[in-house]
Ligand binder design. Structure first.
Ligand code: BES
Ligand code: MN
Ligand code: ZN
Length: 493
């Protein structure tokens, strides 16, 4: 996909199709300066026929309209003018892509982004136009040899008023980088677990690092042992694939600026270990590295934007499989922090690899540490597939992440981390157990992590319900790269 910002009147632009938004009043959301009067009255006369409702997401193609150099006009419904919110706007952009895919067009002059969206500005409209187009046209077909759809690529001329040109160009640059990060996160998630192994993630991290001048370390088993990450290594024991501990450093901020540290869960396949999972849908546990993938995607984005910030990414990655040498229920592990953990269920492995990564994060003297993990099925029960669960030991950090989620339409909902829940993790034999019973499963998982994050401001995002979709539309979503990028951008002064 290519995007460029345009400010010329539409009759001067050469394109294969002109895309215009239409409200349910059948009024076209155009800027008068950009359409000739003959085009406007032609559209009005066609709409009188009643074949288009103007409902958000509806569409109609017109041919040979007068007053324009384009032979096709694609009308996209925006719904009620006064009720055009972010969600409906995205529905309209998505409907545009579905319609364009069925047409014989290459260069598209779009105007839907000039429609005012409640609570947003033109920068937001342009940004979300681009990220939604990229999202809706994403395909993962690398491994298909038959029925392989060839991906259509378009050249978008994104029109705005002359006075908004600079703002729109900035928005284009930002959102294209974001879309590239999201695309990478989706592809890493969608790759099968026999390809996307811990070693593969290490190589990908190295690639991203080299491309964008970051410092990258991929620690192997021996180096991880030296660090005394007994908890992480406990999980890795049952797998033939060697574990990796990936550290990315984007040091483009002032020397004195404390870094933002992102920690991503990188279980490239979670069979549950000895506490094995039921067979149904187990394939989806290839997505158990989506936290790691979101860290890599965010690094791709901040690398492309060359952001003047210090950001560290930490990824503990391994498989969780049953094996003769695998971790057993009853085993007691000594974490890097020195705290001991009784493993009552080997399927609660995410917290076991994250706790050592969270201890490792201390050495960076972080401003904040944010971990991202497909941590609990209980999170999906609590919040479904719309919001990621957000936990934090710092109210300001929680508020900042909530608002970054709102702006990016990649929302998170804050959950409690009250002391009351901590006793569910009591163990008779070690400092803590790795599970806290069925009640409040996402919360007790966060409570477990909180025991390793006392030395800094910390937030935890449980993305179990948001990182991928199941069923017919099965696929990674790229969340929460939008939220994380927005948060990091909000810290640039
Ligand atoms: N990766 C899973 C969490 C998960 C399960 C995410 C299903 C999305 C869909 C995690 O490692 C896990 O297995 N958690 C257990 C914890 C339990 C044993 C306390 C769970 O949620 O069942
Ligand atoms: Mn598990
Ligand atoms: Zn898991």
């Amino acid at each position: 996909m290519k995007f460029s910002i345009k400010t010329d009147p539409s009759e001067k632009q050469r394109s294969d199709v002109l895309v215009l938004g239409v409200y349910d009043s059948l009024k076209v959301a155009y800027d008068k300066a950009n359409l000739s009067t003959s085009t406007i009255s032609y559209i009005a006369s066609i709409l009188k026929h009643g074949d288009m409702t103007g409902k958000a997401g509806s569409s109609l193609i017109l041919y040979n309209a007068p007053g324009t150099k384009t032979s096709k006009i694609l009308l996209i419904g925006l719904g009620k003018e006064k009720e055009l919110d972010g969600k409906k706007y995205l529905t309209a952009v998505r409907a545009m892509i579905y319609a364009l895919k069925k047409m014989d067009v290459k260069t598209i002059a779009s105007y839907i982004q000039i429609a005012p969206v409640i609570g947003s500005d033109i920068a937001w409209n342009v940004e979300h136009f681009i990220t939604e187009v990229m999202d809706a046209s994403y395909e993962f077909a690398e491994l298909k040899t038959i029925d392989k759809k060839t991906k259509k690529t378009f050249d978008f001329l994104v029109n705005v008023d002359k006075k908004n040109q600079k703002i729109a160009e900035g928005a284009l640059k930002k959102s294209f980088a974001l879309a590239k990060g999201i695309e990478l996160t989706k592809t890493l998630g969608n790759l099968p677990p026999n390809i996307c192994t811990p070693t593969y993630l290490g190589k990908k991290a190295q690639e991203i690092g080299k491309e964008h001048g970051m410092k990258i370390d991929v620690l192997d088993q021996k180096q991880i042992e030296k660090l005394k990450m007994g908890s992480f290594l406990g999980v890795a024991k049952g797998s033939r694939q060697p574990p990796k501990f990936i550290v990315l450093q984007h040091n483009k901020g002032k020397k004195t600026q404390k870094p933002i540290v992102l920690v991503g869960k990188g279980i490239t396949f979670d069979a549950g270990g000895i506490s094995i999972k039921p067979a149904g849908d187990m394939d989806e546990m290839k997505y158990d590295m989506c936290g790691a993938a979101s860290v890599l995607g965010t690094f791709k984005t901040i690398g492309l934007l060359n952001l003047p910030m210090n950001v560290i990414g930490i990824i503990p990655t391994c498989e969780n499989l049953p094996d003769g040498l695998a971790l057993k229920p009853g085993d007691i592990l000594t974490s890097m922090s020195g705290q001991t953990i009784e493993v009552l269920n080997t399927d609660a492995e995410g917290r076991l690899i994250l706790c050592d990564a969270l201890t490792y994060a201390e050495r960076f003297n972080p401003d904040v540490v944010i971990d991202i993990a497909t941590l609990t099925g209980a999170c999906v029960i609590a919040l479904g597939h719309h919001a990621s669960a957000l936990y934090s030991n710092d109210d300001k950090l929680a508020k900042d992440l909530e608002s970054a989620g709102q702006i990016s339409m990649d929302r998170a909902w804050r959950m409690p981390l009250w002391e009351d829940y901590q006793s569910q993790l009591d163990s008779n034999f070690a400092d803590m157990a790795n599970i806290g019973g069925r009640a409040g499963g996402s919360i007790t998982a966060a409570c477990f992590l909180s025991r390793f994050t006392k030395k800094y401001k910390w937030a935890h995002l449980d993305i179990a319900g948001t990182a991928w979709k199941s069923g017919k539309a099965k696929g990674a979503t790229g969340r929460p790269v939008g939220l994380l990028t927005q948060y990091i951008l909000s810290k640039i002064h």
